[in-house]
Design a protein around this ligand. Structure first.
Ligand code: IPE
Ligand code: IPE
Ligand code: MG
Length: 257
C-alpha cells in the first residue's frame, strides 16, 4: 500500500509538472501535418484539416486553462494560396465554420480573437465572420488568440518598410529615429509581445515564413505528432521542455544566477 502511494506521488501528471510562474507569455504554433494524417488513414486531405480543428480547440482550451496570455496559430500562409483551388476553398470554408462554432468557446473562456496577415486577401465571407468574432470578443481579457491568415513574414516586413519609407518621405519621422520599437509598432503583431515558445508539429523543422522578426529569441520545439493528433498533453510536454531550458539572451549562464 505504502509503495503504491509512493509511486502515485512520484507519478505527477504532466500538467502538475508545469511551473505556473514560468509560463511563456507568448506561444506560437505552426500547425502542420493535416494532409499526412489523412493520407496515413487513406483519407482525403480535407478530412485532415477537419480533424485539425479539434486540435485547435484542445490547444486553445489548454492554453487558457493554464493562464497563457498570448497564443498565435499559423492557419494559412501566403504560400498556401498556391495549393489546389479545391483545398484552398475547403480551408476557407472550414475557417468560417470554425469561427461560427467556436465563438462560444472563446466567450466561455474569456478569450479575445485577433488576426494577422493580409486579411484583405480572404474571401468576403471569411473576413466578415472574422471581423464579427473579433468585435464580439474584443473586451475579453484572459488570453489573446491570434490567427495568422494569409500570413507571410516577408510580406509583413516589406509592408513595414513601405510604411516607414512614406513616413520618412513626408517628414513624419527621421531615418535616425527608426529603431526596433518603431519596427515593432508597424508589424501586424504590434500589440503582441515577442514569441517565447514556437512549436511546430509533424516533424518538419523549418519556419516556413512565420514571424521571422518576432521569434528572434524564441525557444523552438519540434514534435513528430501530426497536428490532428495534438492533445493537451502534447502542449504540456512542450511547456515542460521549455521550462527546462535556460534562456540566456546573450549573457553567460553565471550572469543569470
Ligand atoms: C497544415 O497541414 C495545414 C495548413 C498548412 C493549412 P498541411 O496541409 O500542411 O499537412 P501536410 O504538411 O501536407 O501533412
Ligand atoms: C506552414 O505549413 C503553414 C501553416 C501551418 C499554415 P506548410 O505545410 O504550408 O509549410 P511547408 O510549405 O511545408 O514548409
Ligand atoms: Mg504542411
Amino acid at each position: 500500500m505504502e509503495e503504491c502511494l509512493a509511486i502515485a506521488d512520484f507519478d505527477m501528471s504532466l500538467k502538475d509538472q508545469i511551473q505556473k510562474d514560468r509560463l511563456p507569455n507568448h506561444i506560437a504554433i505552426i500547425m502542420d501535418g493535416n494532409g499526412r494524417w489523412a493520407k496515413q488513414k487513406g483519407l482525403v486531405r480535407v478530412i485532415g484539416h477537419e480533424n485539425g480543428t479539434k486540435a485547435v480547440r484542445e490547444t486553445v482550451e489548454a492554453s487558457a486553462e493554464l493562464g497563457i496570455k498570448n497564443l498565435t496559430l499559423y492557419a494559412f500562409s501566403t504560400e498556401n494560396w498556391n495549393r489546389p483551388k479545391i483545398e484552398v476553398q475547403t480551408l476557407m470554408r472550414l475557417l468560417v465554420k470554425s469561427l461560427k462554432k467556436e465563438i462560444k468557446t472563446l466567450q466561455d473562456n474569456n478569450i479575445k480573437l485577433s488576426a494577422i496577415g493580409c486579411l484583405d486577401d480572404l474571401p468576403k465571407k471569411a473576413s466578415q465572420e472574422l471581423s464579427d468574432v473579433m468585435e464580439k470578443t474584443k473586451n475579453n481579457k484572459n488570453m489573446t488568440l491570434t490567427l495568422a491568415l494569409s500570413y507571410g513574414s516577408r510580406e509583413e516586413i516589406v509592408n513595414v518598410i513601405k510604411e516607414l519609407s512614406v513616413k520618412v518621405k513626408n517628414n513624419i519621422i527621421s531615418p535616425e529615429s527608426i529603431d526596433e520599437s518603431i519596427i515593432n509598432k508597424h508589424l501586424y503583431t504590434q500589440n503582441l509581445p515577442d514569441v517565447d515558445l514556437l512549436i511546430r508539429t509533424s516533424g518538419e523543422q523549418r519556419i516556413s515564413n512565420f514571424l521571422l522578426w518576432q521569434i528572434a529569441y524564441a525557444e523552438l520545439y519540434f514534435t513528430d505528432i501530426l497536428w490532428p493528433d495534438f492533445k493537451k498533453e502534447n502542449l504540456y510536454e512542450a511547456l515542460i521542455n521549455y521550462q527546462n531550458r535556460e534562456r540566456r539572451f546573450g549573457k553567460t549562464s553565471e550572469q543569470l544566477t
